[in-house]
Ligand binder design. Structure first.
Ligand SMILES: NC(=O)c1ccc[n+]([C@@H]2O[C@H](COP(=O)([O-])OP(=O)(O)OC[C@H]3O[C@@H](n4cnc5c(N)ncnc54)[C@H](OP(=O)(O)O)[C@@H]3O)[C@@H](O)[C@H]2O)c1
Length: 236
């Protein structure tokens, strides 16, 4: 079985699309499988690309799409997520918070990634590396400025869900390594409105390179941790 394969969820996002490009340039990956809700514009032989419904990701259909390639992927990166749009707002204060916007943030940032990992777990290489993109603003310890209720709360919930899954996986003799990763501030559609002249940010290609370096390193000791792109620990 070919393990030289990678899966990217959120393949048409800023970081997700850069990951796909970099993976296709990476000599050690023969197959790259991308999933997104939007169709992909550029296809090639080594890229399998599938759309899915983020409201109700069909577990069997996702698995069947991966199975079609006859691979047991060694790398998975979940790069879906969002701060505003689709019923979500970057709420500056409680007055802006609504139950609907919180639910939309939780659906996208906390529930969807867990369902995506659930769907692909059975078809992965036993010691695969799974990186789930979280955000440092989901750290309760690090919350010094407030604001962004829905995004912060849903990323904290994502962290809790994945940490719980990591504990469950660790009971197996062989298990994939699951990490929550802050990719670093990156200029994408999501972040661009919030970048100021003094903000340090990376371009998506740079972030993709950093994430792939992490994904291709020995991560057994970091299983279940919340880390920066360079592997350094972030307090919960
Ligand atoms: N950029 C940063 O500075 C930064 C910093 C910290 C953490 N992150 C995290 O990194 C990840 C990628 O972010 P990005 O900067 O690449 O953002 P982006 O360019 O806005 O891409 C977001 C991705 O999420 C998908 N998505 C957005 N809303 C969705 C919805 N309602 N339902 C289903 N899918 C949806 C998008 O799908 P479509 O392509 O189909 O729209 C896209 O694939 C996110 O988890 C984000 O929280 C980013």
């Amino acid at each position: 079985m070919n393990t030289d394969a990678a899966i990217v969820f959120g393949a048409t996002g800023g970081i997700g699309a850069a990951l796909i490009n970099r993976l296709l340039q990476h000599a050690s990956y023969r197959t790259v499988i991308g999933f997104s809700r939007r169709p992909c514009s550029s296809l090639c032989d080594r890229l399998g690309y599938y759309t899915f419904d983020p409201q109700q990701p069909d577990q069997a259909a996702l698995r069947a799409s991966i199975d079609r390639h006859g691979v047991t992927p060694r790398t998975v990166i979940v790069a879906t997520g969002g701060l505003d749009g689709d019923g979500m707002f970057p709420e500056k204060n409680l007055g802006r918070v609504t139950a609907q916007s919180l639910l939309a943030s939780f659906n996208l940032n906390a529930i969807l990634p867990l369902m995506l990992v659930k769907a692909c777990l059975p078809v992965l290489k036993p010691d695969a590396n799974i990186l789930v993109l979280s955000a440092k603003v989901g750290s309760i310890d690090d919350n010094r400025y407030g604001g962004w209720y829905g995004y912060r709360m849903s990323k904290s919930a994502l962290n809790m869900g994945m940490k719980t899954l990591a504990i469950e996986l660790a009971r197996r003799k062989h298990h994939p390594n699951l990490l929550l990763v802050h990719p670093g501030t990156t200029r994408t559609e999501m972040s661009s409105p919030y970048l100021h002249s003094d903000t340090y940010f990376a371009e998506p290609d740079k972030t993709a390179d950093r994430l792939l370096e992490l994904a291709n390193s020995e991560l057994a000791q970091k299983h279940g941790q919340f880390v920066h792109w360079d592997g350094s620990t972030i307090r919960w």
